[in-house]
Design a binder for this molecule. Structure first.
Ligand SMILES: Nc1ncnc2c1ncn2[C@@H]1O[C@H](COP(=O)(O)OP(=O)(O)O)[C@@H](O)[C@H]1O
Ligand SMILES: [Mg+2]
Length: 253
């Protein structure tokens, strides 16, 4: 069974159909990429699946169970995590604290407040601090564990978002343009990191403009254009599709 199933999903903003009757399935353990020109609906698709927006119509299933319209924290409990195209890091906190926030995303905030008064949970907090440092090492940020986020370079903040998302121990991770704004060396490092995450058993759904990276790491690729599914297939199939060349690769070239 597919881990994620999207059926005839649509989202309208006023008169604009940002996503229009899009269907696809993501098998567990793969890297699944969503590409398309700016404004194609990629971020909106992520926002629908991760519970930020409620669909206008259509279905979303995780492990066969309908999830459309559920709140992001409930979806986090079910194993979904994401990063944002525009960084959502708390700049006045340390890197480690940002990662620790990620571990709490699936918890109810009031419950959490009460729990932090219990000694056993303070110990759990210590364990969490160590776990956060481990995750930072995993994404290559060991040098920044106790740095304030606002003192970190942009490329490091992009990785910090990935560490924060991983702190929720997701089964499926959505990365919205993890290499945007990065230089070629940093981009190839993100490429390696995404592969490592997928090899570790986390299913990755990726939006990315860097075609070299997308073609290199994706098991399957969905192409959106004006909110609609243009095609879907392996990197080889997508690259050769004349509609894709016309709509997307052609524009980039
Ligand atoms: N919150 C919103 N309100 C109104 N229009 C939106 C909103 N979010 C996205 N859109 C519109 O939906 C379309 C798809 O946007 P988006 O999903 O951000 O595309 P992409 O991520 O592929 O660049 C665009 O026309 C955009 O202007
Ligand atoms: Mg976007």
């Amino acid at each position: 069974m597919a881990l994620l199933e999207v059926r005839e999903l649509s989202k309208a903003f006023g008169g604009v159909m940002a996503v229009q009757e899009v269907s696809f399935e993501v098998e567990p353990g793969i890297v699944y990429s969503v590409i398309g020109p700016n404004g194609a609906g990629k971020t909106t698709l992520f926002n629908l699946i991760t519970g930020i927006y409620t669909p206008s119509s259509g279905e979303i299933r995780l492990d066969g169970q309908p999830i459309a319209g559920q709140a992001p924290h409930r979806l986090a409990q079910k194993g979904m995590a994401r990063t944002f195209q525009n960084l959502q890091i708390c700049m006045n906190m340390t890197a480690r604290e940002n990662v620790m926030v990620g571990a709490h995303l699936g918890l109810d905030r009031n419950l959490l407040k009460g729990m932090l008064r219990w000694p056993a949970l303070r110990r759990a907090d210590m364990a969490l601090r160590e776990k956060a440092a481990e995750l930072m090492a995993y994404v290559g940020l060991e040098a920044f564990v106790d740095s304030r986020a606002d003192a970190m370079p942009y490329g490091a903040l992009k990785r910090l978002e990935v560490a924060r998302a991983l702190a929720a121990q997701p089964r499926i991770l959505f990365l919205d343009e993890p290499a945007a704004g990065l230089n070629p060396k940093e981009t190839s490092e993100i490429d390696v990191l995404v592969k490592k995450i997928a090899d570790g058993g986390v299913t990755v759904v990726l939006v990315e403009h860097d075609m070299k990276m997308v073609m290199n790491i994706s098991d399957r690729i969905l192409v959106l254009d004006y909110g609609k599914k243009l095609t879907e297939g392996t990197a080889r199939e997508v690259r050769r599709n004349p509609d894709v060349i016309a709509a997307y690769l052609g524009k980039a070239a």
